[in-house]
Design a protein around this ligand. Sequence first.
Ligand code: PRP
Ligand code: MG
Ligand code: MN
Length: 180
Amino acid sequence: SQRPYVIDEMISAKAIAARIEALAKDITRVFEGTDKLVVVGLLRGSFVFIADLVREIDLPVEVDFLEASSYGNAMESSREVRILKDLRGEIAGRDVLVVEDIVDTGFTLHHVVNLLKSREPRRLEVCALLDKPARREVPIKATWTGFEIPDEFVVGYGIDFAQRNRNLPFIGKVRFTAPE
Ligand code: PRP
Ligand code: MG
Ligand code: MN
């Protein structure tokens, strides 16, 4: 059974929305003139973020998904990234924006970026909502980052703890209320 915990709000839904508006504005500016941008969400964690982000991007976009998993139900990365579902479309010669919820150790993003670059897109950039630089094990940084956060276990807005709390409208941090 799960050790009891509460969730303290860290980033409000309002603050997330404001940051997304600014990110989307910059993304729109940078990809201006692109025929049709391929926005790739990494499942499952990015499903809420990508939904809000694409609606603020003022360009023709195609939305595709790739499912990668390294945490499962654990609090610690397995450092082994499994691709559980590949993209539906081709990205060779295309402009691609990878959308990720959080960059922690960096293993997931590193693996996915290498995989997608091997398919020779014309351009590939990354937008991550959260970045936890203190935990990085693989040197990688998103082109755009929503918020840099301290080393706390966060949930909500798509991010889970043992598959729960993805539906919270804000980003919260997990605080355990009883010893292990
Ligand atoms: C989480 C999160 C990122 C990744 C970040 O995914 O959504 O994709 O871990 O961690 P890293 O930088 O240490 O690799 P998870 O494996 O839990 O799958 P999920 O998105 O389906 O929850
Ligand atoms: Mg994920
Ligand atoms: Mn997860």
